[in-house]
Design a protein around this ligand. Structure first.
Ligand code: SF4
Ligand code: SF4
Length: 352
C-alpha cells in the first residue's frame, strides 16, 4: 500500500488535499483521465501481484504453463489469476487500511511491544497544547500552543484517527500526518516537528532515546532468530530422507554365510531437476555387503517431489558384530554422492 499503490496515487492525483479536491470536483476530461490512469495502473499492479501469489502456491513452472499454453488447457488456473487480480485490486482501491485495523494482528501486538521509550509517530502535546485557532496578529497574552487545530493531520490520516489523542491501534505509521503538520507549521512560521517520530518519554520529559532493557532483549531475540534462520538455510539439504527398518521384521538368513535386513526409504527432492538416486553402503560395510533394491535399480526422484522404496542390505555373518549395528548409506546421482543417511542393521544375539 505505502510502497506502490499510495505512491502511484500521489503521482497521478497529487497529495491527500488534491485527491480530496479531485474527488469533489465535477467530471471533467482531466478528472476522467486521472481516474482511468489510476485504475488501470492499480489493476496492472494487482495482476502482477496475483501472478506472484499464484506462483507461490502452484510453483513457477505451473504458472509459466498457464501463461504460455492455450487458455482452454488451464481454465482453472487462468480464472484463479483473474479472480485474485480482482481481489487484490478491490483491496487496494477500496478496502485499504481497513485490512490493517480489522485483519492484521500487528495493531493488537503493538500495545504489548511498545513502552514509553518506543519511537512512534507522536504529537508533541507539551508544545502543541493548549491548541487554538490561528489568528494573525494575535495578542501575546492569549497564550496558545503551537497546534492551530486545523485538523490537517486528521484529514490526511488513511485510518481516520487523530494522532493528537496519543498512540492508537489503528496507526499504520505512514507518517502522512507528519508531512501535513510540517506544511502547516511552515505556513504559520513555527518550527516543524509538532508531529514527529519521538518517544513518550522524549516528549514529556525531554529525555533522549535510551537503549533500554526491553530494546536489548529485542536485539538479542532478533539476533537469535536471524542466527537460527541462517543456520537452517545454510544446513538445508537439496535431497533429504529417512531410512527405517521394516516394522516387525528382524534379520533374514541368506544361505549359511549371510544375513539381510529389509528397509524402507523415503526421499524428498527439493531441487527443480529429476534425479535417479542409487544407494551404496558407506564405511566398513562398503566392500563387505551389498544393497538390493526391491523391483528397481534406482529410486527415480522427480523434481520437487518425494519417492519411496524398499531394499535389502545383505552382510556376511562374520561382519555383523552387534545386535544393532550402525550403518551409513550414501545416496548417489551417478558417481556423485548427494547425501548420506544413517540406519541400524539388526543382527542375532551373540557373536558369530
Ligand atoms: S502515521 Fe499519522 S497519518 Fe499515518 S496512520 Fe498514524 S496517525 Fe494516521
Ligand atoms: S496538523 Fe498540526 S497544527 Fe494542525 S491540527 Fe494537526 S497537529 Fe495541530
Amino acid at each position: 500500500m505505502e510502497m506502490l499503490f499510495r505512491k502511484v496515487e500521489y503521482l497521478i492525483e497529487g497529495d491527500a488535499a488534491k485527491q480530496k479536491m479531485l474527488k469533489n470536483s465535477p467530471w471533467t476530461t482531466e478528472k476522467i483521465r486521472k481516474k482511468i490512469t489510476k485504475h488501470f495502473v492499480f489493476f496492472l499492479l494487482a495482476f502482477i501481484i496475483a501472478n506472484f501469489f499464484l506462483a507461490y502456491i502452484i510453483g513457477i513452472d505451473e504458472l509459466k504453463k498457464i501463461i504460455s499454453e492455450p487458455v482452454s488447457e488451464h481454465m482453472v488456473g487462468f480464472l484463479s489469476i483473474i479472480l485474485f487480480s480482482f481481489i487484490f485490486y478491490g483491496v487496494y482501491i477500496s478496502f485499504r487500511e481497513q485490512i490493517c485495523t480489522v485483519i492484521c494482528p500487528y495493531g493488537r501486538l503493538q500495545s504489548v511491544l511498545l513502552d514509553r521509550n518506543s519511537m512512534i509517530v507522536a504529537y508533541d502535546h507539551k508544545r502543541g497544547e493548549p491548541r487554538g485557532k490561528f489568528k494573525k496578529n494575535q495578542p501575546a497574552e492569549i497564550n496558545t500552543g503551537d497546534c492551530i487545530d486545523c485538523f490537517q493531520c486528521v484529514k490526511v490520516c488513511p485510518t481516520g484517527i487523530d494522532i493528537r489523542n496519543g498512540t492508537q491501534m489503528e496507526c499504520v505509521g505512514c507518517t502522512a500526518c507528519i508531512d501535513a503538520c510540517d506544511r502547516i507549521m511552515e505556513a504559520v512560521n513555527k518550527p516543524k516537528g509538532l508531529v514527529r517520530y519521538a518517544s513518550e518519554n522524549g516528549i514529556t520529559e525531554g529525555k533522549k532515546l535510551r537503549y533500554t532493557g526491553r530494546m536489548k532483549l529485542y536485539t538479542v531475540l532478533l539476533i537469535l532468530l536471524s542466527g537460527i534462520l541462517t543456520l537452517l538455510l545454510i544446513s538445508r539439504k537439496d535431497i533429504d530422507g529417512t531410512i527405517i527398518r521394516t516394522k516387525g521384521m528382524v534379520y533374514q538368513e541368506r544361505g549359511t554365510d549371510s544375513l539381510s535386513n529389509l528397509f524402507n526409504i523415503k526421499v524428498i527432492n527439493k531441487t527443480i531437476k529429476n534425479i535417479p538416486v542409487t544407494l551404496r553402503l558407506e564405511g566398513d560395510a562398503k566392500n563387505a555387503g551389498k544393497i538390493e533394491l526391491v523391483g528397481a535399480t534406482d529410486i527415480h526422484l522427480k523434481q520437487e517431489d518425494q519417492a519411496s522404496g524398499s531394499f535389502f542390505i545383505v552382510l556376511p555373518r562374520t561382519f555383523v558384530n552387534n545386535r544393532k549395528m550402525k550403518l551409513v548409506i550414501g545416496l548417489y546421482d551417478g558417481d556423485k554422492r548427494i547425501t548420506t543417511l544413517k540406519t541400524n542393521f539388526a543382527g542375532p544375539f551373540g557373536k558369530y
